[in-house]
Design a protein around this ligand. Sequence first.
Ligand SMILES: [Fe+2]
Length: 106
Amino acid sequence: MPLAGASGPSPSPRDEDRREEELEDELDRESERGDALESEIEAELMRQEELLRQIEAEEAACAHYKKVIKATDGEDYVTQDLCIRLLADEEEHLVLFRGFLKEYAP
Ligand SMILES: [Fe+2]
């Protein structure tokens, strides 16, 4: 029996069942989109963490080569020259990874 003041015919039980199923499907799709977004965010965070670890490793390598360069100054030019070249490589990597990190977290 329609409520007083309600307009139009009331939905049949069959219409209500259909509408309920549609709402459940909509909720399932929304939940799947939420899960996908959560996975995407987790993957992004893992990439950022990996980049931070990589940057830390490059910084440690640069610090190590700088120490060797200093220690070999005036004593071992061949080793010093090798470490200067290796330091240049590591500094290049550092710039590269810092650039990647900026792309992920502007
Ligand atoms: Fe490196």
